[in-house]
Structures are given as structure tokens and as C-alpha cells.
Design a protein. Structure first.
Length: 113
């Protein structure tokens, strides 16, 4: 039986989809409250900025960003295939490279905190 690389792609995709489903609504609510000026002191910029200081929190944030971007990239890849774009290798390279670039940018920003 031939070995497949699908678990390498599907594992982070499933984890990212699940994590994003739980985290994104909370982030949207926090952002909306902050934008409307109704954020409690606990969610003030200075407190959240200070929260992101420890390396363990930075690692967790980078993990959330990576899994969310990987899930979005995989969904975009499958959507392109469903829409008739059959150059799967090219599409996969572009979307996964974009996910890795986004993760790299967020890690770079996190280490500047």
C-alpha cells in the first residue's frame, strides 16, 4: 500500500478549523467592544500588550495563528479545486506558502513585543 502525505496536511487543518471556530468569535467580540469604546479595563491595550510578554503566551498565539492560517489555506486550496482550477501543485504551493509567511510575520511581530 502506498504511503500518503494527507495526514500531514489534514491534521493541522482539522486542528485549525476547530480552534478557529472557538477562538474567532471571542476575538471578534473583543475587537468590536474595543472599537466601540466599551472594552473593560481588563481588555485595555496596555494589559493585553503586557499579557503577550511571556514566551509561553507568544508560543500559544503563534500556534493559534499558524493553525488558523493553515486551515484557511487548505480550505482555499480545496475551493480552487472545486471551482475547476486543476493546477493543484501550484495552488497548494501558493496557499501554504502564504500561510507560512503569515505565521512568520506574526512570529516576527510577537518577538518584537
Amino acid at each position: 500500500m502506498a504511503r500518503s502525505n494527507k495526514p500531514i496536511v489534514w491534521g493541522p487543518f482539522a486542528a485549525g478549523g476547530t480552534l478557529t471556530a472557538f477562538v474567532t468569535p471571542a476575538l471578534v467580540l473583543i475587537t468590536l467592544l474595543a472599537a466601540l469604546g466599551h472594552a473593560p479595563d481588563l481588555l485595555a491595550y496596555e494589559r493585553l500588550h503586557g499579557l503577550a510578554g511571556p514566551w509561553l503566551v507568544k508560543l500559544a498565539v503563534a500556534g493559534v495563528v499558524f493553525l488558523s492560517l493553515w486551515s484557511a489555506a487548505h480550505r482555499l486550496r480545496i475551493t480552487c479545486y472545486d471551482l475547476g482550477v486543476r493546477a493543484d501543485t501550484v495552488v497548494a504551493t501558493i496557499v501554504y506558502a502564504a500561510a507560512l509567511a503569515g505565521t512568520g510575520a506574526s512570529v516576527l511581530y510577537l518577538f518584537r513585543i
